[in-house]
Structures are given as C-alpha cells and as structure tokens.
Design a protein around this ligand. Structure first.
Ligand SMILES: *Cc1c(COP(=O)(O)O)cnc(C)c1O
Length: 375
C-alpha cells in the first residue's frame, strides 16, 4: 500500500533535500524492530563496512539520528581543546563558526570572499601564528557553489612543523559521495555529512568518519557533551549498536542506498556528478548567465550557483517548473534573488538534468530570452 500519488511528486533539483528514489522510500516501510534485537545489530553490522567504503576510510563512521548540524557540534565538542581555525567562504562555513562558539570554543576565523575558494597557503599562514589544535573548513560550500581544495589544504597543514598535531575537520555535507574525498589518503581526521544531500536519502541521519588520532584526542577533551560524544558512540559502534535509539527506518533506507552506491562505484558516482555539473555550467554560460564561482576549477560538482544576470523572477521560474513537476532553488541567504541554484546531486542522471534544462529553456523563451541551441 502506498500513499504516494504521482500528482504530488515534485522532482527536487535542490541542494538538499534531494530527490529520493521510490526503492528507497519503500525500504523504510519494513516492519519495526527493537534496536537491541539481533536483527538491528545485523543491520548496523551490514551498514558499517559499506559506509566505510563510501567514505573511503579504514576507521569508523558514526551514525547519529540528527541532521548534519549535530555532527558539526560533535566535531567542535570532541576535538577542539585549545583553539580552532575556522575557514569560511559562505553561509555554512559561517554557521559552523556559530556552533563552535556557542559550545564555548575559542575560534579564529579565516574569511574568504564569497565566490572564491579557501586556498592552502591562506590556511597555513593563519595556522602559522601558532596555538591551534584544530582547523575546520567546508569541502563544498553549498551557499555559493564553490568547492574548496580539501586534498591540498590537508596536505599543506600536514606539511607544517606541528601539522601532525592539528585535527583536520571537514564538512562535506553536500559533497560526500558526489565528489572525490579520501580522508585516509589525504590525512583528514573528521569528515561529516547528512543523509539528505548527495546521499539522496530522506533527512534525519548524519554521518562522520573519525580517525583513530581524533578519537584518541577526544578521550582527553573535557565536556564533550552527551548525545554526540565520540567516546560513547565508539563504545557502542564496536558492538554494532548506537547508545540511543537509532532512526531504524532510515537505516533500512541507508542499507539499500549503500548497495546502490557501491554497485555504481564511487569513482563513477564522482564522475557522473562532474558530467552533470559541466552540463549545467555550459547551459548557464551559453544562456548569458554568469557563474557565482569565479574560477571554474573550483565550481562545485553537486550544486551550481548561477548569478541572476537576466534579472529573472525566480519565483515565476519555479512556478513554471512546478507545472512541469520539478523545482530548483533560489540563492542562499543574502543571495536569495541575486542567484539561483541548481542541485545536481545524488541519484540524478544526465538525462534528468537535460530534461530540467530543456524546461528552463522553454521558460526563458516565454519571457523573450534567446536560447539558441537547446542544451
Ligand atoms: C546542508 C548543509 C549543512 C547543514 O546540514 P543539516 O543536515 O541541514 O544540518 C551544513 N553544511 C553544508 C555545506 C550544507 O550544505
């Protein structure tokens, strides 16, 4: 039995929540189980190795019943003892700073102009002043569509004289599984994400890979809090459990989705996102729009932020798209009307993006903007 009516379906080309396939929606509908029952322990035990493959880590991936914001708090609480350098080039980087400060952490901020990337040399210069035991940045800044070079930043930090003592914490909420991320190879201690972005699951779960080094450090940090305490999460993880009741229905969905991801293969999944990104970028430029990300090299693989150079009513555009059963996103925060964003992440395929862009072209034509060749 389903209560999903086809006429209620709106295809989400948003940078989260993203489209969830029917197979995944169905997977949530299995019979409920108790979280200390063998069935739940088997489920968790099945998930863990698959999740590590998706995260490309030999360590561990904690799962919490929260959104990604909870894992921000976890990273700040567990792994900042002295002072953390927060690098930001957008709204989400800014919000993580608020989280760290509201947890009483001493924060210094490296602020980069929106549209530009955080670069390794900037990070090294600030860390060079000394006194830091952690650095935090966003791999894929969803508000501006800029991907920061996580690999290079991590390499530069590790190459510093005291670089091995710094906990590197990365928000890959809108990146993980949609773009290259190699925590172990790149020397990143913590990578955190949410279920409703490139994972293409319903909202409600958050994940964080945590290195041994970060876990050992956490054991020495006082006041880690309760719900997001890595040490407590670890105690249960080794028994294939969680300290508190997990979101069991979402774990069913995750179990199924991990199979799909691994069947595609991570390299293929990353590549598919780049192909979708290039399609959107070329469409935007050929229609006379400008990208908000100034340098194409740093254009996000999962979300494209497009400057509203034609002064479109984004509300009307979305109104039109709704008649075609789909929706895109306006700009984030202060960029609300200045930009619009197309989410091309998760399980969308190239053909879906083409369908969206053809509809966008139709809208542009109705308001008298020449589109030339269709996408
Ligand atoms: C969406 C998002 C968040 C917030 O995640 P929630 O799951 O909504 O708490 C944090 N960082 C980035 C980069 C995001 O895109």
């Amino acid at each position: 039995m389903t209560n999903r009516k086809p006429e209620d379906h709106v295809k989400l080309f948003l940078p989260g929540p993203t489209e969830v396939r029917e197979e995944i929606l169905d997977a949530q509908g299995r019979w409920m189980i108790g979280h200390r029952m063998p069935e739940a322990i088997q489920l968790f035990g099945r998930i863990q190795p698959k999740l590590r493959k998706v995260f490309r880590t030999e360590y561990r991936v904690y799962i919490t019943a929260s959104s990604g914001t909870g894992m921000w708090e976890a990273a700040s609480r567990n792994c900042v003892a002295k002072k953390v350098l927060h690098c930001t080039n957008g709204s989400f980087g800014d919000r993580w700073i608020d989280v760290a400060r509201s947890n009483g952490k001493e924060v210094e901020v490296l602020e980069v102009e929106w549209g530009k990337p955080v670069l390794p040399e900037m990070v090294v210069e600030r860390l060079g002043a000394g006194g830091f035991d952690a650095v935090a940045f966003v791999q894929n800044e969803t508000s501006v569509g800029v991907a920061n070079p996580a690999r290079d930043i991590a390499a530069a930090v590790r190459a510093m004289p005291d670089g091995q003592d710094i906990t590197i914490m990365v928000d890959s909420v809108s990146g993980m599984s949609g773009m290259e991320m190699e925590p172990d190879l790149w020397g990143i201690d913590i990578v955190l994400t949410s279920s409703q972005k490139a994972f293409a699951l319903p909202p409600g779960l958050a994940f964080a890979s945590v290195s041994d080094r970060a876990l050992e450090k956490a054991k020495t940090v006082p006041y880690r809090g309760y719900y997001f305490d890595y040490v407590e999460l670890e105690k249960y993880l080794v028994k294939d459990q969680t300290p508190a009741t997990p979101a069991i229905s979402l774990l069913y969905a995750l179990d199924t989705q991990l199979d799909t991801m691994l069947a595609e293969g991570m390299e293929h999944r990353w590549k598919r996102h780049l192909v979708m990104r290039d399609l959107v970028v070329n469409w935007a430029v050929s229609r006379g729009f400008k990208l908000f990300s100034e340098d194409l090299q740093y254009a996000s693989p999962t979300v494209t932020t497009i400057e509203n150079t034609h002064n479109l009513s984004i509300k009307d555009l979305n109104g039109f798209l709704r008649t075609r059963g789909m929706i895109i996103s306006n700009g984030y925060g202060k960029l609300k009307d200045k930009c619009f964003r197309i989410g091309h992440m998760g399980d969308w395929q190239v053909a879906d993006i083409e369908e969206l862009l053809n509809n966008m072209d139709e809208y542009l034509q109705t308001i008298g903007i020449a589109v030339g060749e269709t996408a």
